[in-house]
Design a protein around this ligand. Sequence first.
Ligand code: AMP
Ligand code: MG
Length: 413
Amino acid sequence: MKPLAEAQRRVLGAMAPLPIERVPLAAAAGLVLVEPADAPHDVPPFTNSAMDGFAVRAADLAAAPVDLVIVEDVPAGSVPALPVGPGQAARIMTGAPMPEGADTVVMVEATSSSGDRVHIGEPVPAGASVRAAGSDVASGERVFAVGTRLGPTHLGLLAAIGISAPMVRRRPRVAVLSTGSEVMPAETGRLAVGAIRDANRPLLMAMIAEAGAEAVDFGIVPDDAALLRSTLGEAAATCDAVLTSGGVSMGDYDLVKQVLAETGSIEFWRVAMQPAKPFAFGLLGETPLFGLPGNPVSVTVAFEQFVRPALLHRMGARLLFRPRIVGVLDEAVETDPAKIVFLRVIARYAAGEWRVGLSGGQSSHELTALAAANAFAVIPVGTGGLAAGEQVELEMFRWPEARTAEEVLGWTG
Ligand code: AMP
Ligand code: MG
């Protein structure tokens, strides 16, 4: 059995970077920059008003209350035609360029105007409500380094500096197939005795999408070596990575390893972890194959520990691993000291600390505890268990909405 970190290093070391290409911003979410993003111009590109109001000379306000002469209107998108001289003001809208001579904006709420006169009752500090050119990003500034993964806010900033088609690594295409003669599609009507529904494919396809990759569905393959060989061959030839579930344990019909050994290479098999101990990693030609165990909890843990970091690495990301925080156990837990153990837990923030309880049964077939969990409690090799009240490391694999409108707003619809 390989220690987890060693197995993870082997996997990352086997990942060739994906080819690079330019993609439009609308298609770039989740992808990773391979060029730094440098601003070719200031943001804001020109000094402008932060408020609807009046552009004035601060010096004129020293004698407030004052009446100033309105020389023109400056809506957003227009260019001021006239300078603002002493005793003058321009009516200005948010985002409109500051007229020459004006250095301050008085918001409309603090003024009263009639005809071409505006009355300002109180002085405001010089420079108030003015956004200087380059105050967000200066021309030439490095906005994002190579390796930045693009989320919605990154896309907004790229757009603001005119990078409309960033250079990224291609979105990986990831083949998914479930193995097992007992495994039936979810839409199967009545299950025959001995059959189970395929939980792993929808689970994996959604995790792949969430990692920023594209899932390609290769269906369910029964425990038949010839079928498995041909399906794996096609998947490896057309995709950047292949994920299988099932067929990597010690059983007589566990064919994934056998087919992998015949048609490619097994890089390693079995990791000192729980769940997902039988995880196998290999290569079919150039294409990495992640042989995930059959049980859905093992599938999820193996995906999180091997596949997700590997995909992010191939996409060019610098940050590969989920955030960890420290929590306090509500209950004692016992674990196998020979393995690193990922317990399915619910972590709740209460009274200044993260409280941690098991989210349900901890067998690797128990989907309910997996679905209820927001974190894995990570128990290191050699620990063997922890008492209630002890600290535990949490890997936050899901950080979803957790507060109702009633709790937050007192709103019940
Ligand atoms: P295996 O390693 O193929 O023996 O599978 C281990 C366990 O996971 C068995 O109980 C399988 O029935 C179960 N299993 C395999 N594939 C799936 C799947 N796609 N969805 C749900 N359970 C599965
Ligand atoms: Mg099987």
